[in-house]
Design a protein around this ligand. Structure first.
Ligand code: NIG
Ligand code: FE
Length: 406
């Protein structure tokens, strides 16, 4: 099985007609359309969708009757750190008893990841990508950032590249122990030799711009060098407190600034005026007992928002986009439709992709069949696995087609 990422589209000449859709979310501004609806896939791409009574002639198509189940676009998880070794359950348990999260916890995973073989790391990444796929994620972004040395970071990106094409170089995650007290030397290494080794294996570069990690000048230096070699930009910022990262992301035209729990009005204005998406990661706040970002405030200020898991062993050990959607609605002021959009088309925008995240003609046929009559159940039934089948590029890649009604 290929892991969640960018598998090729279905075979040329193949077509698939889904009928009996109880509710169809295409990602168009009019939101969810009540069924019965149908959707036609040709060569792995959505060819047509609409009311069941208007299905075009589709001679030769395989037909599947979904018997009233809801269909949504496959989730686009635009922020994960899937390549690592070990776990930090004890750190989580201590946090739940009141200990604060500090960025230094990342070094625990750095030492476990440096000690692991590439084969072990690849097996772990494949396992998590398969878990994500099973919960409806059809596109994943994956970052490096847990080896923090030239060859080590390159190898993490090679491992990431086996599960997705959306790979991100995060050499500027924290300063590693051998550079303790010499952060500027490390920044030179990241922006120089490490970037040269990693850029051929990455589409994006990211920097953790936060107290305890990298300041604005250091972040600007790394991101500027990355842009020069053709990488797209992303920034981790404003997670643990107010700071310069969000404004820097907007100024540099980054595709996304991620976390965004602490934004002031000037940050909102800068983001709204830029093409930079604010990617919110609510399980990171859940797992660090931190205040959640105020999505309502961002949306009302005209900032475009995506939702993602931040899957990592320290602050957010989940691959579940349904959980992310449920939290965004219950605790961050998003309507259900806004949250579903942010987890699909919003994630695609954060990756600057127009070929995924929607079920409109011409988009990849990446979709989730829910064991539910309406997508709203993703929030209404939190913690319950509602994913019946996952289709990517027109092919069934997880779950199963519903049995024909007897
Ligand atoms: O997105 N903020 C920085 N990086 C990760 C945390 C990684 C870790 O704690 O291992 C994050 O939350
Ligand atoms: Fe992260």
């Amino acid at each position: 099985m290929s892991a969640a990422g960018d598998a090729g589209r279905g075979d040329r000449g193949s077509s698939l007609l889904l009928t009996g859709i109880g509710e169809l979310t295409t990602g168009e501004p009019d939101g969810r359309c009540a069924g019965p609806a149908a959707l036609l896939v040709e060569d792995g791409v959505v060819a047509w969708s609409g009311p069941a009574g208007e299905v075009p002639e589709a001679a030769g198509a395989s037909r599947v009757d979904l018997a009233g189940r809801a269909v949504v676009p496959g989730f686009v998880d635009s922020h994960t750190h899937l390549v690592f070794a070990g776990h930090r359950a004890a750190e989580w348990e201590a946090r739940m008893s009141g200990r604060p999260y500090v960025a230094g916890g990342i070094l625990t995973t750095v030492s476990a990841t440096r000690a692991a073989s590439d084969a072990e790391l690849a097996a772990g990444a494949r396992r998590l990508a398969a878990e994500a796929l099973r919960s409806g994620t059809t596109t994943l972004e994956v970052k490096s950032g847990y080896r923090l040395e030239v060859d080590g970071e390159r190898r993490l990106l090679e491992v990431a590249g086996a599960v997705t094409t959306e790979t991100t170089f995060l050499g500027a995650h924290v300063v590693p122990p051998e550079h303790a007290g010499r952060p500027d030397d490390y920044v030179e290494l990241v922006a120089g030799e490490m970037l040269s080794a990693c850029a051929p294996h990455a589409r994006w570069a990211d920097v953790f711009c936060e107290r305890g990690a990298f300041d604005a000048d250091q972040a600007r230096h790394v991101l500027g060098a990355a842009a020069e070699v053709g990488l797209g930009l992303r920034v981790h910022a404003n997670q643990l407190g107010p700071g310069p990262g969000a404004a820097l992301a907007a100024e540099l035209g980054a595709a996304s600034v991620d976390h965004c729990s602490y934004l002031d009005d000037a940050d909102l204005e800068a983001l709204a005026a830029s093409g930079t998406i604010a990617t919110l990661l609510p399980v990171a706040e859940l797992s660090t007992r931190s205040p959640r970002p105020d999505a309502r405030r961002l949306l009302d200020a005209g900032v475009r928002v995506a939702l993602a898991t931040d899957c990592n062993p320290g602050t957010s050990f989940t691959t579940s986009m349904p959980l992310v959607i449920a939290l965004a609605v219950a605790e961050m002021g998003m309507t259900f439709d806004e949250a579903l959009q942010a987890a699909t088309a919003g994630g695609a925008e954060a990756l600057r992709r127009s070929d995924i995240g929607r079920l409109t003609p011409g988009c990849g046929a990446d979709l989730v069949v829910l064991e539910a009559p309406t997508a709203v159940w993703l929030g209404y039934r939190p913690g319950v696995d509602l994913v019946a089948a996952v289709v990517r590029g027109g092919e069934l890649v997880a779950g199963a087609w519903p049995a024909a009604a007897g």
